[in-house]
Design a protein around this ligand. Structure first.
Ligand code: PEP
Ligand code: MN
Length: 274
């Protein structure tokens, strides 16, 4: 970054921090926030079941993909507007704020009518038209780092949104591409303290897309809490082998429930360190 410019994402003082509100949930404050749900919204019954399960186990925000950025054009592309309607209804019925990904600037206004936070996916981290467009909305934005994005580039993408007028950005590290092939991506744990040093924006981790395999998601989620992240984004599915996307990395209900209990214990242990 140009060291002379005062960027909007840059800290003004060493303790300067932003709390982003997603409806009444504060991200970047003193609690560790869990955003959980399926990779893709598949049906109303599926989302209702997942939403009530994750909420009753302590998750604060419901995730679910409705417009899916798939590597193959033959893979499930998401339910689109039908999925948005499901998210809206389920979010209201269960009483949990929602987040879904927006793939294109032409979908921003439609999606904004149905959800409480807009997600910019890893593949769109440098789509400046989309960044500028979400910067014109008044919804919070969950901005995911791309697998090839440096921290400096990540911050400049966030800068686009702030510069366009929207100060409510949550940064999400979701794994970067390295030589390692035993995981889908490599979770860059260091990104948390580095970003917290450089910016006042809240930082969360997505262990699901980083790991690619459900077995590694719980340990990485606990690492997220221990390293000082403001929360996690995790994929949960009642029957991962039948999931329409990302089943391999989705937690089953019992694993999610155990993870939530462990996070509570870890969170109180962490409070003793403060
Ligand atoms: C997702 O959250 O389902 C997703 C597609 O994530 P990413 O953009 O990190 O690949
Ligand atoms: Mn996914």
């Amino acid at each position: 970054m140009d060291s002379k410019a005062q960027y909007l994402t840059q800290k003004v003082t060493p303790t300067h921090r932003t709390i982003v509100k997603v409806k009444d949930v504060e991200v970047g404050g003193s609690s560790f926030i869990v955003m959980a749900g399926p990779c893709s919204v598949e049906s109303k019954d599926q989302l209702l079941s997942i939403a009530s399960f994750v909420k009753s186990n302590g998750a604060q925000i419901l995730r679910g993909g409705t417009f899916k950025p798939r590597t193959s054009p033959y893979s499930f592309q998401g339910l689109g507007e039908e999925g948005l309607k499901i998210m809206y209804e389920v979010g209201n019925r269960i009483g949990i704020p929602t987040v879904t990904e927006v793939l294109s600037d032409s979908d921003v206004s439609l999606i904004s009518d149905y959800v409480d936070m807009l997600q910019i996916g890893a593949r769109n981290i440098s789509n400046s038209a989309l960044l500028k467009r979400v910067g014109k909305t008044n919804l919070p934005v969950l901005l995911k780092r791309g697998p090839m994005t440096t921290i400096a580039e990540f911050l400049l993408s966030a800068e686009y949104i702030l510069y366009a007028g929207n100060p409510n950005v949550i940064l999400c590290e979701r794994g970067i591409r390295t030589f390692e092939t035993k995981t889908r991506n490599t979770l860059d744990i260091s990104a948390v303290p580095v970003l917290q040093h450089l910016t006042h924006l809240p930082v969360i981790l997505d262990p699901s897309h980083a790991a690619g395999y459900w077995e590694y998601v719980s340990p990485l989620s606990k690492a997220a809490l221990a390293v000082g992240a403001s929360g996690i984004l995790v994929e949960v599915h009642p029957n991962p082998s039948c999931a329409l996307s990302d089943g391999e990395q989705s937690l089953k209900y019992n694993t999610f429930s155990t993870l939530m209990k462990e996070l509570k214990i870890l969170e109180s242990a962490m409070q003793k360190l403060e």
